[in-house]
Design a protein around this ligand. Structure first.
Ligand SMILES: NC(=O)c1ccc[n+]([C@@H]2O[C@H](COP(=O)([O-])OP(=O)(O)OC[C@H]3O[C@@H](n4cnc5c(N)ncnc54)[C@H](OP(=O)(O)O)[C@@H]3O)[C@@H](O)[C@H]2O)c1
Length: 334
């Protein structure tokens, strides 16, 4: 089959003929109709990820049709239109991912290919209201955002939510899920244009985190503080988030886009009894609950653009520059 291969750090992806992987017991083969990028793919290309393997077929997100099943898998699955849960080997606990957990696309080959062979338990039906491109945009970012908002921060209807860096793929899902769950949502962005776009979607207020006084601005908008804060930056602004949290507030962080190595005054955490929660992708139960919410509320992922997979290196550059508003989707044109 054909696939886009990353042969080494800092190299472009190269269209390559790779061996087919027949489904082993418990596996299925999915012929991919669309795939989507995550910032993680760019960091893997740049050698800036905690697990690396080259050569590798990257890509965690995909949607397609089951074309073959391994021993022990119901042959009735053949022809099923599916999305793929990219979190493999989560383990038995819902509290944290076990040591064997890893997302598709490193170290195991991923979705920037004609086909992928994965355990049948990773599949969910494609939501009926989503076309291939929107379905492929959902899995990794949707799962991560759902766990952060619903499972970790346990957002309740009527609560005030702040989401930082709203232009990010995970951040936009966090916004959509928080709105669907009845939250009153606020956001930060470096882009006034992106801020205006999310206000049109239902975000009540915004602030530009590149401008002095952004935290003061938010404090004026929500004097009582935020019940839930979702952050993927963990940069110098993190202390402001602690100050902006309401008494009993929950701050869930899911990445370190702005570094992660910060100085912190914990006294307001103590005084206000704030919870700071790490969150990592999500369990199979989170995935099923996320897909159910998407189906129940007919949520449509925000897609910045759809590109042919032959333009994969241009797509990586767009994500690297952070220019997009929503997911970059790739359709196979081998
Ligand atoms: N925990 C997990 O399992 C998990 C899963 C997926 C992703 N992640 C992590 O989550 C983060 C986002 O991933 P993604 O795929 O959504 O990336 P992405 O789509 O590339 O998001 C990039 C966005 O981050 C925002 N940002 C950049 N610097 C910021 C800062 N200093 N403060 C606040 N926001 C800032 C920007 O938003 P504006 O354009 O609005 O300024 C930018 O558009 C990454 O750190 C990634 O590693 C973690």
């Amino acid at each position: 089959m054909k696939a886009y291969l990353l042969n080494d750090k800092d190299q472009p992806l190269v269209l390559t003929e790779v061996p087919d992987e027949p489904p082993a017991a418990g596996d299925v083969t999915v012929e991919l109709r669309a795939a989507a990028l995550n910032h993680r793919d760019v960091w893997i290309q740049q050698g800036n990820y905690h697990v690396l393997r080259y050569p590798v077929v990257p890509g965690a997100d995909g949607a397609g049709v089951v074309t073959a099943v391994g021993e022990g898998v119901d042959a009735g699955l053949i022809g099923r239109e599916v999305i793929i849960n990219p979190g493999l080997s989560w383990g038995d606990s819902d509290v944290w991912a076990g040591p064997d957990f890893f997302p598709l696309g490193t170290p195991r080959n991923g979705t920037f290919a004609e086909k992928i062979t994965i355990p049948a338990i990773q599949l969910a039906n494609r939501p009926a209201h989503l076309d291939w491109e929107h379905a492929a945009a959902l899995p990794l970012s949707g799962l991560t955002a759902f766990r952060a908002v619903a499972s970790r921060a346990r957002l309740k209807a009527g609560e005030k939510v702040l989401i930082t860096g709203i232009g990010g793929g995970v951040a936009l899902y966090a916004m959509q899920f928080a709105l669907a769950l009845g939250g009153e949502v606020y956001a930060t962005s470096s882009s006034d244009d992106k801020a205006a776009r999310v206000r049109e979607i239902g975000v009540k207020g915004t602030a530009n985190y590149r401008q002095d006084g952004w935290a003061h601005n938010l404090r004026e908008q929500v004097p009582g503080g935020f019940d839930v804060i979702i952050d993927s930056a963990v940069g110098p602004g993190f202390q402001n988030l602690i100050e902006l949290a309401a008494p009993g507030g929950r701050i869930a962080f899911l990445g370190f886009t702005a570094g992660g190595d910060i100085q912190m005054d914990v006294r307001p955490v103590y005084r206000k009894q704030v919870s700071i929660l790490g969150t990592k992708m999500g369990s199979p139960r989170d995935f099923d609950a996320m897909v159910k919410l998407v189906n129940d509320k007919k949520i449509v992922p925000i897609v910045d653009r759809v590109m042919p997979m032959s333009q994969i290196n241009e797509a990586y550059a767009i994500v690297d520059r952070g220019q997009q508003f929503g997911k970059i989707v790739l359709t196979p044109d081998f």
